[in-house]
Structure formats: structure tokens, C-alpha cells
Design a protein around this ligand. Structure first.
Ligand SMILES: Nc1ncnc2c1ncn2[C@@H]1O[C@H](COP(=O)(O)O)[C@@H](O)[C@H]1OP(=O)(O)O
Ligand SMILES: [Mg+2]
Ligand SMILES: [Mg+2]
Ligand SMILES: [Mg+2]
Length: 356
């Protein structure tokens, strides 16, 4: 008997691998076709192109499933030159493994118009019922533009619960035991020895494997590092001070007895890094009373960390609730840590946030 979600996992991994090939090409281009969205955040040819390729693969395999994706197609319909730049990448990005390209991912997108339609298919409102995929085609677009970390993220939720999660991290070291250092978030590239896919299926553990461009390598099990002594622990957080409160995180770390400075890196690469024991704790502390975290920014990472032996909650200690729409409207911030110390971390988080 094949294991549950085997087909979903295979499609998700290959779809993420192919989308990452596209983002890697754009990463090395000087002009990345960057435009500003209504909320002032950046989006590039890479984000749109990766979203089109992933949705194409999902629709070829699971036509009845809903999709919640970050990007919209409206802006592109009004900008033919940007559309053509994206189409050039979507048209020409193929897996090296031609058999998987056709038989698993369903082959090429027909034309630029079909590509725009695909990008627009990620408009589900989410919710607690049925099969819903969450896509962040480039998470950490600011890191992507700066030359830091970024991730191609895909997760399947069934009735509001994350069942499959895949993160493609082109700029992280392949080696799971490469410890997190402060420079990991800066000046990174996808040279030799870099690029990893993290995956998890509910109840089946978490794995990592080289991202590569050929047939998928066999995965190896990953697990969080057991911590006995918090003074030797490390924690990671966003590079962007506007995404996570970095002075509160420093106070929390100090109270926990953590002596190392935080490792700042963009994207869900943080979840993958602690899941494989390269770091220990991920703190994401709200910077505004109104910002609601998006489900595509957390779904894959949440499952990968939990399947690796971690616990993921918000700052109040509640599990992340992916069943309430496109955002995590019932949660505030994110705290991810090995299960054995998670409650100790939450206690200190509440002491520090409670002082405000
Ligand atoms: N005020 C905010 N608080 C937390 N996260 C934010 C905020 N504004 C944007 N983000 C999101 O944080 C994610 C990146 O996280 P990190 O800093 O850890 O790499 C992006 O998906 C970004 O969304 P967006 O795509 O709208 O820019
Ligand atoms: Mg994101
Ligand atoms: Mg994004
Ligand atoms: Mg974005």
C-alpha cells in the first residue's frame, strides 16, 4: 500500500523544484522585473512565474482542489511588457527529468494568456473545509532582492489541517549539520553545495534532500536538536525589523539565558533551519496590532517543524489555526521551538510582552 499523501508529496516536491529553477534564473538577473504591490511590498518576475508553474502542476493533478496563493494577475493584465518577461521564463523552465516534467507536472503552459489565468486561480478564500493548497511562490521577496535567503513554499491543507508541506530553499546549504551563523542571512547565493528541499507529511516525519535540477534525490530524516542547556542555544528571526520586533526578541533571549546573538534570515528558511537542528528557536513577535500573518507564510514550515519534533504556536501558546481564511486571523506572532522547551519559551515571551 502506498503511504497517505504519496502522490501529493511527489507532485509538490517536483512543482517546488521546477518553480525554484525559475526563481534561481531570475535571482541571477540584474533586472528582476520588480514592481510594487498595493500594500507597497515588492513582487518580481520570479514570484509571478513560480506561482504560474506551481498552479499549472496542481491543476494537472488535482483539478478539484482549491488554491490560496499570494500573487494576483490583475496588475499583469495591465502591463504587457511585464507579462512577456514572465512568460519568457515560464515557457522555458523545465525539469531536467523530462519524464517527470510531462508525466507528473503535466508539461508546459500553453501560452501567455493561459499563464495569466493560472496565476489568477490562487484566489480561494481558504477555510475549514476540503482540500486547499497554500502557495507562496517566493517567500522573503526582500531577501531574494537583497541576495539573502528566500523560499518557494507549498502546503496542502485538508479541512483546515496542514497535511503536506514542502519548502524549497535555493540559498541554504545542503548539509543539514551546517550550523546557523550570522552571515547565513546575508550575501547568499545558490552556488555549489547550496539548495535544499524540506518536506513533511502528517504523521510521517520530516526530510531534507538536495534541491538539484535532476530526478529528486532520496530524502533523509531531519529532527530538531535536543536542547539541554539554553545557554548554548541559538535563535533566528526576520531580517526585517518591520516583520518581527527585534528588541523584544533580544530581551526574551536574554531572559532564557541564550548568549548568542540572533541569526537574522528571510523567509520560511527559518523553519527549515530549526527543523534540521541547524538552529534551535524561531521567534516572530508582532510589530503592529493590525497585521495578520498569511497562511502561505507559515503552513509548510509549521508542519515541517512539528514533524521534526518541534512545537509551533503563536505568542499566547495557541497552535496556528489555518482554517479561518487566507490569514491567521486568530493568531498573533509565531514561536517555534523543540517540544521539550517550548512551554518554557512561551512563559518568557509572555513575561516580556506583558511588560508593554
Ligand atoms: N508587518 C508584518 N509583520 C509580519 N510579517 C510581515 C509584515 N509585513 C509583511 N510581512 C510578511 O513577512 C514575510 C517575510 O517574512 P520574513 O521577514 O521572516 O522573511 C513576507 O511574506 C511578508 O509579506 P509580504 O509578501 O506581503 O511582503
Ligand atoms: Mg511570504
Ligand atoms: Mg511571497
Ligand atoms: Mg510578498
Amino acid at each position: 500500500m502506498t503511504s497517505p499523501y504519496a502522490k501529493e508529496l511527489e507532485v509538490a516536491q517536483l512543482a517546488v523544484q521546477r518553480a525554484a529553477l525559475l526563481t534561481k534564473r531570475v535571482f541571477h538577473e540584474k533586472a528582476k522585473g520588480t514592481v510594487s504591490k498595493d500594500d507597497k511590498s515588492p513582487v518580481t518576475v520570479g514570484d509571478f512565474g513560480a506561482q504560474a508553474l506551481i498552479i499549472s502542476a496542481l491543476q494537472a493533478n488535482f483539478p478539484a482542489d482549491e488554491i490560496v496563493a499570494e500573487e494576483e494577475s490583475a496588475q499583469l493584465r495591465a502591463d504587457p511588457s511585464l507579462r512577456d518577461q514572465i512568460w519568457e521564463h515560464v515557457r522555458s523552465t523545465r525539469l531536467d527529468d523530462a519524464a517527470s516534467e510531462e508525466a507528473v507536472l503535466g508539461g508546459a503552459v500553453k501560452d501567455a494568456e493561459a499563464m495569466l489565468d493560472l496565476i489568477g486561480q490562487g484566489n480561494s478564500q481558504g477555510g475549514a473545509r476540503g482540500r486547499i493548497w497554500a502557495i507562496d511562490p517566493i517567500d522573503g521577496t526582500k531577501g531574494f532582492l537583497r541576495g539573502g535567503q528566500y523560499a518557494v513554499c507549498l502546503a496542502l491543507m485538508v479541512d483546515g489541517d496542514v497535511k503536506v508541506g514542502v519548502l524549497g530553499c535555493p540559498n541554504l546549504p545542503v548539509n543539514d549539520s551546517a550550523a546557523l551563523t550570522a552571515d547565513i542571512g546575508a550575501n547568499q547565493t545558490d552556488d555549489e553545495g547550496r539548495g535544499v528541499i524540506f518536506s513533511a507529511v502528517i504523521g510521517q516525519g520530516a526530510t531534507s534532500r538536495p534541491l538539484g535540477s535532476g530526478a529528486l534525490a532520496k530524502g533523509q530524516k531531519i529532527s530538531m536538536k535536543p536542547i539541554t542547556d539554553l545557554s548554548s542555544a541559538s535563535f533566528c528571526e526576520s531580517v526585517e525589523a518591520g516583520h518581527s520586533n527585534q528588541s523584544e526578541s533580544a530581551q526574551i533571549a536574554q531572559k532564557l539565558g541564550i548568549t548568542k546573538p540572533s541569526v537574522r534570515m528571510d523567509s520560511q528558511a527559518k523553519y527549515g533551519s530549526i527543523a534540521r537542528g541547524a538552529g534551535d528557536i524561531y521567534l516572530r513577535l508582532p510589530t503592529s496590532k493590525t497585521y495578520q500573518e498569511k497562511i502561505w507564510d507559515h503552513a509548510a514550515g509549521d508542519l515541517i517543524v512539528r514533524e521534526a519534533g518541534g512545537q509551533v504556536t503563536d505568542t499566547t501558546g495557541s497552535r496556528l489555526d489555518f482554517s479561518v481564511g487566507r490569514t491567521l486571523a486568530s493568531n498573533r506572532g509565531v514561536i517555534a521551538a523543540p517540544a521539550a522547551i517550548h512551554s518554557q519559551v512561551i512563559k518568557v515571551v509572555q513575561e516580556v510582552l506583558g511588560q508593554k
